[in-house]
Design a protein around this ligand. Structure first.
Ligand code: C2E
Ligand code: MG
Ligand code: MG
Length: 249
C-alpha cells in the first residue's frame, strides 16, 4: 500500500471531490474537499482505507499538501468565476498540523494560489487539539489572525468534548454523523445534538450537522436551532466539474 500510495501521488491517481454545506433554506454556505483515490486496478479506494496508512507512513504530509494546494487552486477558480462567497474546508491530519513549518507552508500555498484566507477553512479533529493543547491553541490563534477559519470535525466522538470548547479559538464544530444518524430514534443522541447546538451557538461558534440524509433529520436539527447542514439529502460529494454544474443549477 505504501508503494502504491507513492505511485498514486506521483501519477495523479488522487483527485478531490467536493460536498456542499447548506443553510436552513438549502442555500450553499460552505464546501468540503474530500480526497479520492482511483487505483488503476483496484478502482476507487475510500479515504478511510488509505488515510490511516498515510498517517502511519508519514505520507500524509505529502498527500495533505497536495490536497491543500489542489483545493486552494479549485477554490480560486470558483472565486474567479464569481461562484464562491463561502469558504472551502480542507481536512487536516494531526501530523500536518503539528509539523514545524506548517504555518509557513500554508502561507506559501495561499500566496502561490492567490486564494484569499477568508475563503479557506481547516477541519481538525479533537485528537489534534488534545495532544499539546497550548501549542495547538497558539496555532489556532495565528490562523484566526490571518483570517483562516478552523472547525472541529467529528465533534462529540473524542473524549473531552464539552467544556474544553470554551478555551479553543475555533469558528465552528461539525456534529458527527453518528449522532445525526440516530437523532430520530435515540433520545440521547438527540440530546447530544441539541446540547451541542445550544452550547456552541451560545459561545458564538457555528455548528454544522454532518451526514444529514432525511428530511426528518433536517427538520429536527432546524428545530434545535442548527443553521448549517451537510449530507446526502442535499448533495453527495462530487467532482469539481459536477460541483460547478450543481452550483449553476
Ligand atoms: P469527514 O471529514 O468527517 O467527512 C465526511 C464524510 O462523510 C465523507 O466521507 C462524506 O462523503 C461522508 N458523508 C457526507 N454526508 C453523508 C451522508 O449523508 N451519508 C453518509 N453515509 N455519508 C456522508 P469520505 O469522503 O469517505 O471521507 C471519510 C473521512 O476521510 C473524512 O471524514 C475525513 O476524516 C477523511 N478524509 C477525507 N479526505 C481527507 C483529506 O484530504 N485529508 C485528511 N487528512 N482526511 C481526509
Ligand atoms: Mg471533514
Ligand atoms: Mg466528520
Amino acid at each position: 500500500m505504501r508503494n502504491e500510495l507513492q505511485e498514486a501521488l506521483r501519477n495523479g491517481q488522487l483527485f478531490l471531490n467536493y460536498q456542499p454545506q447548506v443553510d436552513q433554506l438549502g442555500e450553499i454556505c460552505g464546501l468540503e474537499a474530500l480526497v479520492r483515490w482511483k487505483h488503476p486496478v483496484k478502482g476507487m479506494i475510500p479515504p478511510v482505507d488509505f488515510i490511516p496508512i498515510a498517517e502511519e507512513t508519514g505520507q500524509i504530509i505529502q498527500l495533505g499538501q497536495w490536497v491543500l494546494s489542489q483545493a486552494c487552486r479549485d477554490a480560486k477558480q470558483l472565486l474567479d468565476k464569481g461562484m464562491l462567497n463561502t469558504r472551502v474546508a480542507v481536512n487536516l491530519s494531526p501530523l500536518q498540523f503539528h509539523r514545524l513549518g506548517f504555518l509557513d507552508s500554508l502561507q506559501e500555498t495561499l500566496l502561490s494560489t492567490t486564494l484569499p484566507p477568508v475563503n479557506l477553512e481547516l477541519e481538525l479533529t479533537e485528537g489534534i487539539l488534545m495532544h499539546d493543547s497550548q501549542g495547538a491553541i497558539d496555532i489556532l490563534l495565528e490562523l484566526e489572525k490571518q483570517g483562516i477559519a478552523t472547525s472541529i470535525d467529528d465533534f462529540g466522538t473524542g473524549y473531552s468534548s464539552f467544556s474544553y470548547l470554551k478555551d479553543l479559538p475555533v469558528q465552528s464544530v461539525k456534529i458527527d454523523k453518528s449522532f445525526v444518524d440516530n437523532i430520530l430514534v435515540n433520545r440521547k443522541d438527540a440530546a447530544v445534538c441539541q446540547g451541542t447546538i445550544t452550547m456552541a451557538q451560545q459561545m458564538g461558534i457555528k455548528v454544522v450537522a454532518e451526514g444529514v440524509e432525511t428530511q426528518e433529520q433536517f427538520e429536527l436539527l432546524k428545530s434545535y436551532g442548527c443553521k448549517a447542514f451537510q449530507g446526502y439529502l442535499f448533495a453527495r460529494p462530487m467532482t469539481f466539474d459536477d460541483l460547478v454544474l450543481w452550483m449553476r443549477r
